[in-house]
Design a binder for this molecule. Structure first.
Ligand SMILES: Nc1ncnc2c1ncn2[C@@H]1O[C@H](COP(=O)(O)OP(=O)(O)OP(=O)(O)O)[C@@H](O)[C@H]1O
Length: 775
């Protein structure tokens, strides 16, 4: 039929020419040269694949799956795609539904190129049942079908009617059962129901009868035969049960990256004088091997054991001297399916059939329109339902930032207390040392001033004194890790200090030396050492202030002539907590959003739902937008709770507007979500996603000025730091919190601009990845 419509005589496989491959080849080449364009014809088929090449792996070590494959699926037929496990059936189907790209070759589906504007492929014209179950376990069967019905823009009434029909047809239990509670076979049938629901023009079923008992298998086949009767529905089906394909109108035998034959099962059995299709497949495989080994000796035992007819089939000849591409181009359009199609369209009528309009085959951003309301409605409904069904996970997700913020506020930024200081105070006697007590006397007196100083030190709770007999003993305690430092006080400290203050410039060296507090610290912990030093010095100033004031002497004479006045911004004793809080808040929100979004996307993708939804016509932007909507609600509550903890429970400094703080946090969450989209679109496995997220977490913390000022970085890193997503926002938030600055300040609005820009860039990148990253 097809060949005639193109003015080409069909080539009967058992003609005399068949016995002479050279003559046959020449004849075919001439026919090929004289053919008019086959484009119109290809577009009349349900599916037409020409010279398809597909490989996995790198160019250096390619794993060729499709090697110049041709396939023709006429409209209104059941096409059984057969082949050994791993021969590339699923790969071919995913190229047909537009989820993978060929390395070269052409695919026409329902008159258009998959993915082209207006082709409807991927989209509602296709019903796709992938090999894996690809359904949400947490949904009931009815909810699952409602979701797919919404995508296909079916009315609720139609969905209900079809649901009743399909549950009955596929012998499925009550629709209120959760998919996860169905048996393996029932889940597969449920998956088939989802593909059949909207009565698509083209049904692509990847092993729909696995795990199905023979009676039910027969009723599925009966249904397929029934729906193809009117010629409006086409079915492509792969199966491991070769003999069930006897009911197909055409079967395609795939091997070695090529179609060995495309014929009706009856004709194939006749041609190859075979009892069963399995026998046909075996003979064709031997023929293909003979072609491959033309110049070598053919495995004798195979030839001995399998009788093969002399049939000319160019697809079986893989020898180098043929121009395979040219031959296959002709061969594919010339298959004779005289008995294949139940109600063949008359030859003359084919040429009279209207040719579908020319299509724009350029890669469009999405298939039909940027976003469709029923798609968005379906996915958002599905996302919220998923959240409702996973309350535990959602509580964890919302609770986690609260927990982390509590942890941060309790664990970070507070001054250490109870630090042990070994004190060799030679003003103390044996009894005092044994009692570990140094009595402090208030008022204007010059008795054991060292004890007064030490008492003040203890009162600020940062230090605990261990009194020793000698400075050597004190040093030993530090060496053993039992104290953070030693303080040595001379036996005439009180007298010397008084003399030093009273004598001023005339004080002698001995007095000066004896009036000094000699400090040796364990500097291995910078924070503790700095704090000890700060407290020892500050307490000394207070001690001198008190002592001199009590004696009516101006304490100014004992102070160093540098005075800390009221700070312009911040507190006089700055809190580390205030410094790191902005960075920590933004980092928690950013990376939790990354984790949640990546998790949601990968869950969807790994369960096959993403693939399935994309084939059903959902576009990348729609998926991202809907996830954005649902994840936003989660992220918003995370921000609100985290800020409540920080400002309400812990009174972290907030000088500026809380609304600016909230907006910055939300933008940081949005940016994290978009970054999460990029990760989940770019990587293939959960593990890689975790590595990427973790891998980017630490550089962010180190380079964004969160724990150390950017001004202290290596100059090159300072430049990198400036363009990191969180650096400017952290600076901005710090200024809002501590300086009380508003959006009119450049430091503040640069932060907002930076985080928004990154969010948009990440979002754009993920749309591109979703669109272009296909197998
Ligand atoms: N994403 C991928 N990356 C690399 N190789 C792949 C990928 N997907 C499939 N393959 C390889 O391509 C070959 C064909 O796989 P495909 O799933 O298409 O076979 P199949 O005929 O559907 O097998 P089965 O009948 O067992 O489902 C296999 O060798 C498989 O390992």
């Amino acid at each position: 039929m097809d060949a005639e419509s193109e003015g080409v005589q069909p080539v009967e496989p058992t003609t005399a020419a068949a016995s002479n491959p050279e003559t046959d080849l020449g004849h075919r080449r001439r026919l090929f040269m004289s053919q008019p364009s086959t484009l119109a014809l290809r577009r009349q088929q349900a599916v037409c694949v020409r010279r398809a090449h597909k490989m996995y792996g790198s160019k250096k070590s390619p794993n060729v799956i499709l090697d110049g494959l041709n396939m023709t699926v006429p409209k209104g037929t059941i096409y059984g795609l057969l082949g050994a496990s791993g021969c590339g059936k699923t790969t071919l189907l995913s190229c047909i539904v537009g989820r993978r790209r060929l390395n070269s070759g052409e695919i026409w589906v329902l008159g258009g190129r998959p993915g082209s504007r207006g082709s409807g492929v991927p989209g509602p014209r296709i019903g796709y049942m992938p090999q894996e179950v690809a359904l949400y376990g947490e949904f009931t069967m009815r909810e699952t079908l409602i979701y797919f019905g919404m995508i296909a823009d079916m009315s609720r009434r139609d969905v209900e009617d079809r649901t009743e029909f399909l549950l009955k047809l596929l012998n499925l239990p009550n629709g209120s059962k959760f998919v996860k509670n169905l048996s393996g076979g029932q889940q597969r049938r449920m998956s088939l129901a989802a593909a059949l629901l909207h009565e698509p023009e083209l049904l692509i079923l990847d092993e729909p009868t696995v795990g199905v008992d023979p009676v039910l298998r027969q009723s599925i086949w009966d249904h397929l035969v029934d729906i193809t009767k009117n010629g409006n529905t086409t079915v492509i089906i792969t199966t491991h049960y070769i003999d069930e394909c006897a009911q197909a109108h055409v079967i395609g035998l795939l091997r070695g990256g090529r179609m060995l034959a495309e014929e009706s099962p009856q004709l194939l059995r006749q041609q190859y004088s075979a009892e069963s299709l399995e026998e046909v497949f075996l003979k064709l495989a031997v023929l293909q091997n003979m072609g491959k080994r033309r110049r070598s000796s053919i495995a004798k035992e195979v030839i001995d054991n399998v009788t093969v007819p002399a049939i000319s089939n160019p697809a079986l000849d893989l020898s180098d001297e043929q121009d395979n591409a040219e031959i296959s181009g002709e061969f594919g359009d010339n298959i004779s399916m005289t008995s294949a199609i139940p109600d063949p369209i008359p030859t003359a009528a084919v040429s009279a059939l209207p040719v579908p309009p020319e299509e724009d085959v350029s890669v469009s951003f999405c298939n039909n329109q940027f976003m469709s309301s029923h798609h968005l409605h379906a996915i958002i409904w599905k996302n919220f339902l998923w959240m409702l069904r996973n309350k535990g996970s959602m509580l964890f997700v919302v609770g986690l930032p609260i927990l982390q913020t509590f942890l941060f506020c309790y664990a970070i930024g507070h001054d250490p207390t109870g630090l042990k200081l070994a004190v060799a105070n030679y003003e103390m006697n044996e009894e005092m040392i044994s009692k570990q007590y140094c009595p402090s006397i208030a008022g204007c007196n010059q008795t054991q001033l060292s004890c007064r100083y030490l008492d003040m030190l203890v009162r600020n709770r940062s230090m605990v004194m261990i009194f020793t007999h000698t400075d050597v003993e004190a040093t030993d305690l530090v060496r053993q890790g039992k104290a953070w430092g030693t303080l040595t006080i001379a036996n005439n400290f009180t007298e010397s200090l008084t003399n030093r203050i009273e004598s001023g410039r005339y004080v002698d060296d001995g007095t000066l030396d004896a009036s000094e507090l000699k400090l040796r610290l364990d500097m291995s912990d910078q924070q503790i050492a700095t704090l000890l030093f700060r407290d020892l010095v500050d307490t000394y100033y207070s001690f001198v202030d008190h002592q001199l004031s009590d004696c009516d002497i101006n304490p100014g004479i004992a102070r160093i002539p540098v005075i800390y006045q009221e700070p312009i911004y911040g507190a006089i004793i700055p809190s580390f907590n205030d410094f790191v809080a902005p960075g920590v808040i933004l980092t928690i929100i950013f990376f939790l959003s990354v984790a949640i979004t990546t998790g949601a996307m990968l869950l969807e993708r790994n369960e096959g739902m993403l693939e399935r939804s994309l084939v059903a016509g959902i576009t990348g932007p729609e998926i991202l937008f809907s996830l954005l909507v649902t994840q936003f609600t989660v992220m918003f509550s995370q921000c609100v709770f985290a800020l409540l903890v920080v400002f309400y429970f812990f009174n972290t400094t907030l000088m500026g507007s809380i609304w600016s703080v909230l907006t910055m946090c939300i933008l940081s969450g949005l940016c994290g979500m978009s970054y999460g989209f990029v990760i989940s679109c770019a990587v293939d496995t959960d593990r890689t996603a975790t590595y990427v997220a973790m891998g980017s977490f630490l550089p962010n913390v180190m380079l964004c000025g969160i724990i150390w000022p950017v001004e202290g970085m290596y100059p090159l890193l300072r430049i990198i730091s400036k363009i990191m997503p969180l650096t400017k926002p952290v600076e901005s938030l710090r200024s809002i919190l501590q300086r009380g600055w508003g959006l009119n300040e450049p430091t503040v609005y640069y932060g907002f601009i930076t985080i928004t820009t990154w969010a948009v860039v990440f979002m754009f990148l993920s749309i591109l990845l979703l669109k272009f990253k296909k197998g």
